[in-house]
Design a protein around this ligand. Structure first.
Ligand code: 13P
Ligand code: SF4
Length: 343
């Protein structure tokens, strides 16, 4: 047995699909074989095996967002979830290293919540169009324009933006966070569409920012109508970062974790998850009986995290995520206030 994968990103070391690797990864492959073709698995398996060994040696825990590819999500992750779950889990990790398989704001949040651990991100360029749509000065300007109005920031923001905000929220608790504030007006940023969704569920006036997710803004209501016509009995689940016409067409709206839960609850014959494409692959692993309709929009930032990048991250102990001590305490307060709300 001797298929070799040339690992360019870890010093040209060749990773081999040996009988030992096949044996070590066979149980995982059994779960994902209807999602990952055998030829692709032959490339992934040596990395999966090497990462699983090295994370033990390093005493590292791998946290993976629901948008990570199936070979990461099912192959190497210790804990998976939406942004809220990853933040909660990160605060409890008792290992030397947290490797955050997701985008930069998620790694920063993990560092804020567990500052004594070394947090690594396999690619520091894994950003987010929402996080880059606003900075600390923008919030200071909003506060000057709307004095006394509390600021709610979506977790998809940098630590400096969290530090300027009163409280953080995720897609799982945005309505609850806005409702918790003792004010008739609230500034909600940076996601305009999530903000509009929240505004429709609260009596408070919601002042919005014009940030958008570059993945979810691509979906349209017309596209969903066309799928409904084509696939009889289709159940449509959508993420609240989608535009309003998409949400109006959906049967259910919720965070990535809530969408997964909904699939498990309904077990529909046919389902369309209006969100990043890899999540559908991850869910399909556990529901082979469901037909998943897939308009495939990928997040280019999430896709920067790959098995070779994770292996290199563990080997070289990089890229270490730090938060400027001048802002860390205030940013942490904003996340802690959110986590302090009763679920
Ligand atoms: P969730 O918190 O729902 O997982 O969403 C995070 C995200 O980046 C969605 O695009
Ligand atoms: Fe950001 Fe959108 Fe990617 Fe989520 S899917 S990380 S919101 S760009």
């Amino acid at each position: 047995m001797g298929m070799k994968v040339l690992d360019k990103e870890v010093g040209n070391e060749a990773l081999e699909l040996t009988p030992e690797v096949i044996r070590e990864t066979s149980a995982i492959y059994e779960r994902v074989r209807h999602i990952i073709p055998a030829a692709e698995w032959a490339v992934h398996a040596p990395y999966i095996s090497a990462i699983r060994k090295l994370k033990q040696e390093r005493k590292a825990i791998l946290l993976a967002h629901n948008y990570q590819t199936p070979e990461i999500f099912h192959g190497v992750a210790d804990l998976t979830g939406d942004s809220l779950a990853l933040a909660r889990e990160a605060s409890k990790v008792n290992a030397d290293y947290i490797v955050l398989c997701g985008v930069h704001f998620m790694a920063e949040t993990a560092k804020l919540l567990n500052p004594s651990k070394t947090v690594l991100i396999p690619d520091p360029e894994a950003g987010c169009s929402l996080a880059s749509s606003i900075n600390a000065e923008d919030i200071r300007a909003l506060r000057r324009k709307y004095p006394g109005v509390p600021v709610v920031c979506y977790v998809n923001t940098s630590a400096e933006v969290k530090a300027e905000s009163d409280i953080c929220c995720t897609s799982a608790n945005a309505v609850q966070v806005v409702e918790s504030l003792d004010s008739d007006r609230v500034i909600f940023l940076p996601d305009e569409y999530l903000g509009r969704y929240v505004a429709g569920r609260t009596s408070k006036e919601v002042i919005l920012w014009k940030g958008h997710c570059e993945v979810h803004e691509k979906f349209t209501g017309d596209e969903l109508l066309a799928y409904r016509k084509q696939y009889e009995g289709l159940v449509i689940l959508a993420h609240p970062e989608c535009p309003p016409d998409v949400l109006a067409e959906a049967d259910f709206v919720g965070s990535t974790a809530a969408m997964i839960q909904e699939v498990g609850k309904r077990v529909p014959r046919r389902v369309l998850m209006v969100t990043e494409c890899s999540m559908t692959d991850n869910v399909a692993v556990d529901f082979p009986q469901i037909e998943f309709v897939r308009p495939c929009n990928l997040c280019p930032h999430m896709k920067k995290i790959t098995l070779p990048a994770i292996l290199e991250s563990l080997k070289m102990r990089k890229h270490v995520v730090e938060v400027d001590p001048m802002i860390a305490d205030r940013a942490r307060q904003s996340v802690d206030r959110m986590l302090g709300l009763k679920p």
